[in-house]
Design a protein around this ligand. Structure first.
Ligand code: A2P
Length: 339
């Protein structure tokens, strides 16, 4: 079994290497690809240096390709990877809305992965984190409407996003004036309600991704969703304030118990003990932290909650590896015969 990472040198690629180190996925060989700029550099995997190769224009001789080099690379090359016999687990948005491409969070709709025709899409990070908490509530109580406000880390824009926060913070502390490059405005000591491009309806693409993708993963087109996505000056982990209107009334303790028994969730909810989800505690964690669970003041029987999830992990690398593990557990991942 041969696994390849395309975009191995990036923020998500770095996490893919770490997650694969501890993964139950059985494979014999790992191939690393990035842009020609990184060709010949090495990255450590299980105490061995592996050489990064320039991504070829055509097929890659691997059984599973974890793609994390952006939408244009995936769009251009994934068809050739599939034609070459690989299963592609794609982190970009290139194929997420294709009805023939499953969009998968294993805790929520793992079975959808088994229907793939070569490509499986990994959701947008904000969506992946939200659905881990919301799907169990939807199954039990039926979510009618969902209102989300996000607090998104700079690593959502890749390694260069984190670099911009660190460098520009230093500039500001030294009395200089930060110049935005990755973000629309200086990010140090600021919050920016603008992630991805504005659409005709006034929402950004990031906000619409949360609506489209949550419906597809949960499998309910009637779900009404509105999102405001905001970039904040943290390095990693996205947080989200979520309000749910429910078909059947819930009480906070029942929701706490339900989520405590749900896969991929850590309930962290003791306000008196100052215990709630935060990037500080959720970073590096596989589970999504959920807390501040309370009855909505607006929707009787509805629920307000707060989540923090490491978006480089559950929102990207971890979820991608979990999809591969799921396929292997189900006997749906086959190594090709090689000479
Ligand atoms: P490189 O480091 O050589 O530029 P991030 O999301 O953190 O910005 O990372 C993007 C990833 O995608 C990096 O591994 C980057 O490699 C890779 N990448 C960027 N452009 C290309 C390209 N044209 N072909 C293959 N990989 C690319």
């Amino acid at each position: 079994m041969r696994v390849a990472i395309v975009g191995a040198t990036g923020a998500v690629g770095h996490e893919l290497l770490k997650v694969l180190e501890g993964s139950s996925l059985r494979f014999d060989e790992l191939l690393l690809f990035a842009s020609p700029r990184s060709a010949g550099s090495t990255l450590m995997f299980r105490n061995q240096p592996l050489t990064v190769q320039a991504t070829p224009d055509g097929a890659i001789d691997a059984d599973v390709i974890l793609a994390s080099a952006g939408g244009s690379i995936s769009k251009a090359l994934a068809p050739a990877w599939v034609a070459g016999g690989a299963v592609v687990i794609d982190n970009s948005s290139a194929f997420r809305y294709d009805p023939e491409v499953p969009l998968v969070v294993p805790e929520v709709n793992g079975d959808a992965a088994l229907t793939h025709r070569g490509i499986i899409a990994n959701p947008n990070c904000t969506t992946a984190i939200a659905v881990v908490a919301v799907a169990p509530i939807h199954r039990q109580y039926g979510v009618k409407r969902m209102i989300v406000s996000t607090y998104q880390a700079t690593s959502g824009a890749g390694a260069k996003g984190m670099d911009e926060l660190l460098e520009q913070t230093r500039v500001e502390l030294d009395g200089g004036q930060a110049q935005a490059s990755v973000f629309a405005h200086p990010i140090p000591f600021n919050v920016i309600p603008h992630i991805d491009a504005f659409q005709d309806n006034g929402y950004t693409k990031e906000e619409m991704k949360v609506a489209w993708e949550t419906r597809k993963i949960i499998g309910d087109d009637s779900l009404q969703i509105s999102c405001t996505a905001v970039r904040i000056p943290t390095l990693r982990t996205h947080s989200e304030a979520i309000t749910l209107e429910l078909e059947r009334p819930a009480n906070p303790q029942a929701v706490r118990d339900l989520l405590a028994a749900s896969a991929g969730v850590e309930v962290r909810d003791d306000p008196a003990g100052k215990l709630y989800p935060m990037p500080l505690t959720a970073s590096g964690k596989y589970d999504v932290e959920v807390g501040r669970i309370r009855e909505s003041l607006v929707f009787p029987g509805g629920i307000d909650l707060f989540v923090s999830g490491d978006q480089l992990l559950k929102g990207a690398a971890l979820n991608a590896v979990q999809i591969a593990e799921y396929l292997q557990q189900k006997g749906a991942l086959k190594a090709r015969q090689r000479a």
